[in-house]
Ligand binder design. Structure first.
Ligand code: PMT
Length: 395
């Protein structure tokens, strides 16, 4: 008989104060049916919607509601667990995660937990779409927290909209996806570039582009979760370096070139998600240039990093990106061949939700003969499909 993905996996189910809290009973039962071990923690607000006793019956174990009932529960439970699932997750609890607040058992366990965290929000649609809340949730997602999006439909308040807790089957599938990650890149050395470069005109002015680094950092995070040794070479971004990666911060195309060259010959694969400036000022002034009515700026092309690595004696597998304005697949294919890459990830940066500084991307992965087109997905999911190809080419 096939072993279930969740067999012996240790899962914390955290229940917070939403009217959907009663559905956590079905979630706990479904996880136990998958042979997972479940420990339940809950906020005091959740106890207004479902009793700790009902959750104890479902899980077969004590339910922790009070941080002070056991002085070390908030450390010991996270140490025990493979995953933390917050379902339903209220706006209040998600905002507390954002603030690193540990004033209840759920917040404290979240802070002490080092593994994958899955949140399944449930709330009124006005709350779920409030831009302040959206910003907080997006920030947590940038840090690797996985959201199981709520459904659209009738809400407890009588309104209709997005905010119903996702179905138990969908939450269970998400947990399986997270915990079933195959260490298919174990011990593989990946060099990943991310973010923009800055090409200085003088000490205070530079030429750059709109790359946020989100795409490259998502690839680094996914590669780490698959067991890879990751060297992340990053231009300036606001994103914190992923835990477990060797991160090298650079500013200019020249610095990125030097750092990639130093690391690429030891790597199994190079993935260039960085938006390297194609041109830099021919001369950099040592002092701030005085403001005039007009100014001519002579630019020189920067050296192409991918081309340089492709011509190395011991070259890694090479994956580049093509940022195009429009469905310019032929141009992407020209870059694949011209820069001697193994794969190129084509993204049309003019499509809504795709390309620079957003959390989603729509890509087509091309090799010498095939094109694999994907729908608009989160950058984390895009990272996963790119690394599926890398893993299969390296195996
Ligand atoms: O960072 P985000 O906000 O998440 O946005 C993601 C992204 C849009 C930056 C990313 O998905 C992307 O498309 N990155 C590549 C951008 C780019 O520079 O594309 P290009 O078509 O101009 O270059 C083709 C390839 O050559 C790229 O892999 C690039 O890294 C590489 N290159 C470019 C110039 C240079 N001097 N050396 C290079 O190696």
């Amino acid at each position: 008989m096939k072993r279930k993905v969740l067999t012996s996996k240790k899962i914390i189910v955290a229940v917070t104060g939403s009217v959907a809290a009663y559905k956590s009973i079905d979630l706990i039962r479904a996880l136990k049916k998958e042979n997972a071990a479940v420990k339940v923690i809950m906020t005091s607000s959740a106890a207004n919607f479902v009793t700790p006793y009902s959750l104890k019956i479902a899980s077969g174990d004590e339910v922790i509601t009070d941080m002070f009932s056991d002085p070390f529960a908030h450390i010991e439970i996270p140490k025990w667990a493979d995953a933390l699932v917050v379902a339903p997750a209220t706006a209040n609890t998600i905002s507390k995660f954002y603030c690193a607040s540990a004033d209840d058992i759920v917040g404290a366990c979240f802070l002490a937990f080092e593994g994958p965290v899955i949140v399944a929000p449930a709330m009124n649609w006005r709350m779920y779409t409030n831009p302040i809340f959206v910003e907080k949730l997006d920030h947590l997602k940038d840090k690797g927290i996985i959201e199981v999006k709520p459904e659209r439909g009738d809400l407890a308040c009588g309104e209709e909209g997005i905010g119903r807790l996702a179905g138990v089957d969908i939450i269970v599938e998400s947990i399986k996806k997270v915990l079933a990650v195959d260490p298919d890149l174990s011990k593989k050395k990946l060099v990943i570039t991310a973010g923009p470069t800055r090409e200085y005109i003088d000490p205070v002015r530079f030429i750059s582009n709109r790359s946020s680094g989100k795409m490259g950092y998502a690839i680094a995070m996914n590669a780490l979760s698959r067991g890879a040794e990751v060297t992340l070479i990053s231009g300036p971004t606001w994103i914190d370096p992923p835990k477990g990666a060797r991160t090298i911060l650079v500013e200019t195309a020249e610095e990125m070139m030097a750092s990639v060259s130093e690391n690429a010959d030891k790597a199994d694969a190079l993935i260039m998600a960085a938006a390297v400036a194609d041109y830099a000022p021919a001369k950099k002034s040592g002092q701030k240039e005085e403001k005039k009515d007009s100014m001519f700026l002579e630019l020189r092309a920067t050296e192409d990093i991918l081309k340089a690595v492709a011509s190395m004696k011991r070259r890694p597998l090479i994956v580049g990106f093509a940022a195009e304005t429009g469905q310019n697949r032929e141009r992407a294919r020209g870059k694949l061949v011209g820069k001697n890459m193994d794969l190129i990830v084509f993204n049309d940066v003019t499509l809504s939700g795709s390309g620079f500084d957003v959390d989603t991307n729509k890509v087509t992965i091309m090799d010498g003969t095939t094109e694999e087109e994907h729908p608009l997905m989160s950058k984390h999911d895009v990272a996963a499909v790119i690394l599926d190809r890398v893993a299969s080419l390296l195996s």
